[in-house]
Design a protein around this ligand. Structure first.
Ligand code: ATP
Ligand code: MG
Ligand code: MG
Ligand code: MG
Length: 476
């Protein structure tokens, strides 16, 4: 059954409405009163205090559709984007929640009914695989009764003696916060073949994780201890783009209706002849969506915190655009198509269109100037080189002072058959990182009061960022 992304969202909410859930709007992607996160990474975030028992919810059963961003902290998919068929930085999570109401069995039965019932998504039950935690016997027994091939459709992960052996089947919002065992639903889109080394390989190559059902039972404290929660709750999350790919019978979320429209626009603007979902195209398509939604939540590009993530996303997409042949400005021209395909569930985007376009235009112009300066300096340096090798100190200076990406230096040198001395570059980077570590404590205390661990995950243009931060603090 082919269903458009918007139709699936509506069906999900209708289903849970029929099961007596209150339909509530998702929150902004910027978490409210929660310094443990830069951006909302799951539907449960807005109910964190209810899970913890610090607040009570007016409703025991809730369903939402939540815009999420996974660009840092515990759930960081930035580096996955472009290299897998199913990871995005920005995506939509469909979720149903129960607070002191139904438990494991009912949550699993609802999920099964929604995905396999002929009235709803009508997926082939034999194509579904389930993962459970080794210590979570109850979920195993429930699934065994439901699945057509019983336990032969279940993977068991984790160590039954330890709560949290690894990340599999134990879900945590972040380094601290609510957490618990989970059972995940996978859809198999190609057959098992003899080349697979083991079952994990099969999951990675032939299946896509579509839905996670989490049993919120503990609070994870900073000391890595798990404190049992007084209220037992259910939190589920299903990736809308992924279930969209399954229902549209395509092997990548980037081939679904919404992404195909964005990708067609990229192809038209950059004048790409061969229509393909290359890594660069996927990155641009993903990052323009993320950039539009971050800007719509009043964050501006900057050298710290959320604004830094935004800047990093915009710059990465621009670099990929130029890699595949973009000439001059192109990124800001994609804003309208994103708003057009996403407005259905995000009506407020429409009135922000001009503002968002303008900011991306300015950011893109500034970055192209940076690149321009960098290329001029690099060309000058290239005329002076000895032994056909570019000095690592030059690569470092370009990167550190001008924000000129080292990959670009490498690429330009490669075209001219010139080697790059990355050993010296790495040495200088290390010294710089040591220096910035010392400065970071000061930086964090004086800025948004966010925990240090969030900042320590930043990569890429951080040298520039830290410099300007120090200047900023000194002026104050
Ligand atoms: P994966 O193992 O594929 O990275 P996950 O286990 O990290 O996914 P969860 O934290 O369980 O994901 O999130 C719940 C659901 O949200 C997943 O089952 C998936 O459908 C969807 N999802 C998670 N991360 C992404 C992403 N980066 N892009 C699109 N959908 C996602
Ligand atoms: Mg993940
Ligand atoms: Mg997973
Ligand atoms: Mg999961």
């Amino acid at each position: 059954m082919f269903l458009k992304i918007h139709e699936i969202r509506t069906m999900f909410l209708d289903f849970f409405k029929q099961k007596k859930h209150q339909i509530l709007p998702g929150s902004s992607i910027v978490p409210k009163n929660d310094n443990s996160l830069l951006f909302v990474n799951a539907g449960m975030n807005q109910f964190k205090n209810v899970f913890l028992g610090n607040e009570t919810s007016m409703f025991k059963r809730i369903a939402t559709t939540q815009n999420c961003l996974r660009t840092g902290g515990k759930h960081n998919d930035l580096e996955n984007v472009g290299y897998t068929n199913y990871h995005h930085t920005f995506f939509e999570m469909l979720g149903n929640f129960s607070f002191n109401d139904y438990c494991k069995e009912q949550a699993i039965i609802y999920a099964w009914e929604f995905i396999t019932s002929i009235k709803w998504l009508n997926l082939n039950p034999e194509k579904i695989w389930i993962s459970v935690h080794a210590a979570d016997k109850k979920s195993y027994e429930i699934w065994k009764k439901i699945l057509p091939k019983s336990k032969n459709q279940i993977f068991i992960f984790g160590n039954k003696k330890k709560i949290q052996e690894n990340d599999e089947n134990f879900w945590q919002m972040g380094k601290i916060g609510p957490c618990g065992f989970c059972t995940e639903i996978f859809y198999q889109y190609t057959d098992y073949n003899k080349n697979y080394e083991n079952i994990i390989h099969f999951i990675q190559k032939s299946c896509v994780e579509i839905w996670n059902i989490v049993f919120m039972e503990f609070y994870q404290s900073l000391k890595n201890s798990f404190i049992p929660l007084s209220v037992h709750s259910i939190d589920t999350g299903m990736g809308l783009e992924r279930i969209g790919a399954v229902l549209q019978n395509v092997k990548s979320s980037y081939d679904t209706d919404i992404f195909q429209k964005i990708i067609q626009k990229i192809i038209d603007i950059i004048h790409i002849k061969e229509k393909k979902n290359t890594t660069s195209i996927k990155i641009i398509a993903d990052h323009i969506r993320a950039a539009v939604f971050i800007l719509a939540s009043e964050i501006l590009p900057s050298n710290e915190g959320r604004g830094y993530i935004l800047r990093k996303i915009i710059r990465r997409a621009i670099l990929h655009g130029h890699k595949i042949g973009a000439n001059g400005l192109f990124f800001y021209k994609l804003v309208s198509i994103v708003i057009h395909v996403m407005k259905n569930n995000n009506i407020l985007l429409i009135e922000q269109e001009n503002k968002i376009k303008k900011i991306i235009y300015q950011e893109e112009t500034k970055f192209l100037e940076t690149l321009d300066i960098g290329i001029k300096i690099l060309n000058k340096e290239l005329k002076k080189i000895k032994n056909n090798t570019l000095n690592g100190a030059v690569i470092f200076q370009l990167y550190d002072t001008f924000g000129f990406p080292k990959e670009l230096t490498k690429e330009i040198c490669k075209e001219k058959n010139i080697k790059c001395d990355f050993q010296v570059f790495q040495k200088k980077m290390k010294i710089q990182q040591e220096k910035s570590k010392k400065n970071k404590k000061f930086f964090v205390k004086n800025s948004e009061n966010l925990p240090l661990n969030i900042y320590s995950t930043f990569q890429g243009y951080n040298q520039l960022i830290i410099k300007s931060t120090i200047i900023h603090i000194n002026i104050e």
